[in-house]
Design a protein around this ligand. Sequence first.
Ligand SMILES: Nc1ncnc2c1ncn2[C@@H]1O[C@H](COP(=O)(O)OP(=O)(O)OP(=O)(O)O)[C@@H](O)[C@H]1O
Ligand SMILES: [Mg+2]
Length: 261
Amino acid sequence: MASTVLQFRDVSVVRDGNSILDGVNWSVASDERWVVLGPNGAGKTTLLQIAAAAMHPTKGEASVLEEKLGKTDVFELRPMIGFASTAMARKIPRNETVIDTVLTAAYSVTGRWNEEYEEIDTRRAQRVLSEWGLEGFADRRFGSLSDGEQKRVQIARSVMTDPELLLLDEPAASLDLGAREELVGLLGGYAASAASPAIVMVTHHVEEIPKGFTHALLLAKGGIVAAGPLAEALTSETLTEAFGIPIELTESNGRFAARAN
Ligand SMILES: Nc1ncnc2c1ncn2[C@@H]1O[C@H](COP(=O)(O)OP(=O)(O)OP(=O)(O)O)[C@@H](O)[C@H]1O
Ligand SMILES: [Mg+2]
């Protein structure tokens, strides 16, 4: 039975008098994989931060893994949430080894300190690395990896704790075509597995939506333009409305492309 992993009721976020999210109603079930699209500044990262229990709404109510934010201990909640973003990647020390980068996720820290790692954690980290195409990289320094390799290490890190909710903020940003396709393929394989958690991925490009993703949320100016199953929420019309220019969406074999019409 699917459970509800995210439930937003009339969620608004106001910063410096500006409305960043405005009355967002949204829910995500444990067997759904969502893509979030929208122009720069639409509020996508803010939405993910609430989903990550890293920020509370200014108004409205958000429940994460059936715990109401503001009424729960977020430090107990966060280990159940995998989160990969550029902001988090910046916190990873460049001289950290790849294996430690992934291992430290088990302790919700970046930068190895004095923790005693269990043998079982090390084995799991090795397995997660190989699942993300990183066998042989364990002893490399994070800062010596290519952008594509770094992105995959971040995702490996975010799934290390076997989370119930995986949040990815622009995981394919800045990747070349080959690295992007490799990552989208790995994400598609991961999303297709029944054992994988609910996923919410923010991206700027419909080309980056992996096969097996089920739902889309389109945001513009802090509000929802469309939300629901991919076939209904991701169309030429909804993209046109969200981005404010005529856009034509095409689909082929489970992958998407979009361009100005
Ligand atoms: N702490 C803050 N104080 C004031 N404004 C903020 C704050 N955080 C975010 N904003 C503003 O809120 C808006 C939404 O930001 P957010 O990062 O959620 O957008 P986004 O959709 O992720 O954009 P992008 O595609 O560029 O990553 C932006 O205009 C941003 O400048
Ligand atoms: Mg963002």
